[in-house]
Design a protein. Sequence first.
Length: 229
Amino acid sequence: MTISSIRQLLTEKYTKTTQFILTLMYTVGLIGLQVPVLKPIFQELSAFNLWVSAGLLLIFHQDFRKNFIILGIICYLVGYWIEVVGVHTGIIFGVYQYGTGLGTKLFKVPLVIGTNWFILVYCSGIFWEKIREHFKFSWHPIVQGILIGTLMTSLDYLIEPVAIALDFWQWDNNIIPIRNYIAWWIISSILGYYFSTSQFLKHNPLAILLLVLQCLFFAGHTILFMLNN
C-alpha cells in the first residue's frame, strides 16, 4: 500500500472526527483567550494551533504534485519575507512590530506567519473553487485571484483588532493604516492568482471549515471585547 493510498484511507475514515477536533480547538481557544487566568496559556498555544491547522490541511490534501509543493513554498516564503521587510522598513504595511503571542521569531517575525499566509491562500482558493464549481462559473484566473485577495483582506479586517488585544502584533500609535489593507489585498490577490493558475486537485474537506472557523474565532473575540468594554 502506497503512502497516498494510506492517506486517502485515513482521510475517508476520519474526516468527520478531524472536523470535530478542529472545531473544538477553535472553540476552546476562543473561550480560553477570554478567561483572564487562562489567557497567557492560550496565547502561548496560538502558534501551535496554526501549525496543527496547517498540518491537518496537508494530511487531508490528496494531490502532492510539484505544482502544489511549489505553491506552498512560495506562499510561505512570500508571506514570511514580505512581513520581514514590512517590520524592518514600515513601508509595505505601515509601522508595526510583532509581540510575543505568535511564538518563535526570526528577524523579528514569527516563523508561523508564513504558514498563516499559506493557510489563508489555500483555504480562500478552495472556497472560491467550490463556488465556481457549484454555480458552474467560468472566470479568468485574474478574477479568481482578486476574489481570493478580497476574501483574505476581509478576514484581515476581522483579525487586526483581536491581534492587537492578544499581543500578536502592535501598530505605531495604535492606528491601523489603510495601506495595510491595500498591501494585503495586492499581495494576497497575486498569490491568489498563482493558486488559480496552479494545476492540482483543489479539494480538501477541512479547508472551508477552517476558513469559517477563523472568521468566527476573530468575529467572536471582537463581539466579546465589545461586550466586556
